[in-house]
Write a protein that binds this ligand. Structure first.
Ligand SMILES: [Zn+2]
Length: 159
């Protein structure tokens, strides 16, 4: 809250400097003129380094520093990492499903065995809700994990 107040003060100060150079300090201006003036730079917080800087246009990251490229690189690596993890999981899952259930139908296997083979419960395209279960979809396969007492099973269904 304190930052917001401070920012507002700086923005106002900045506005005065940019648009009222020829006016006396503190002079009143009609409210309608505010919007028609060419927009002075706003002060924004750089989302990468947290520095307060004066932005031109819709600039999000501070100038001079590497924040923009660094932030992009970071975002990219996070996304790439996630995509490759899911792709890897999806591949492992499909391999297990194909091995266990090559033809349409149903199969049940020990969940821990599936884990040993690289099964990844987070790797699926989407979900499908049946009467009383939520299935996870990978290609033409649907899977769900069943917990019964101390045992866990992986149910596989193929269309
Ligand atoms: Zn920055």
């Amino acid at each position: 809250m304190e930052i917001r107040g401070r920012k507002k003060g700086i923005v106002e100060e900045n506005y005065r400097i940019n648009t009222k150079k020829n006016h006396a300090r503190g002079q009143q201006k009609p409210a309608s003129a505010d919007r028609s003036q060419d927009t002075p730079g706003k002060y924004v917080l750089c989302p990468y380094c947290g520095k307060l800087f004066k932005a031109r246009g819709t600039r999000k990251y501070c100038y001079g520093e590497l924040c923009k490229t660094e932030a992009k690189r970071y975002r990219q690596s996070t996304v790439d990492g996630l995509v490759s993890k899911i792709r890897k999981g999806m591949y492992a899952n499909l391999k297990i499903f194909l091995e266990k259930l090559p033809e349409p139908g149903q199969a049940k296997m020990d969940y821990d065995d599936a884990l040993k083979k690289g099964f990844d419960e987070d790797a699926y395209y989407g979900t499908y809700k049946s009467k009383n279960a939520l299935w996870h979809v990978v290609e033409q396969y649907y899977f769900l994990i069943e917990h019964t007492e101390d045992k866990r099973f992986l149910h596989i269904y193929k269309r």
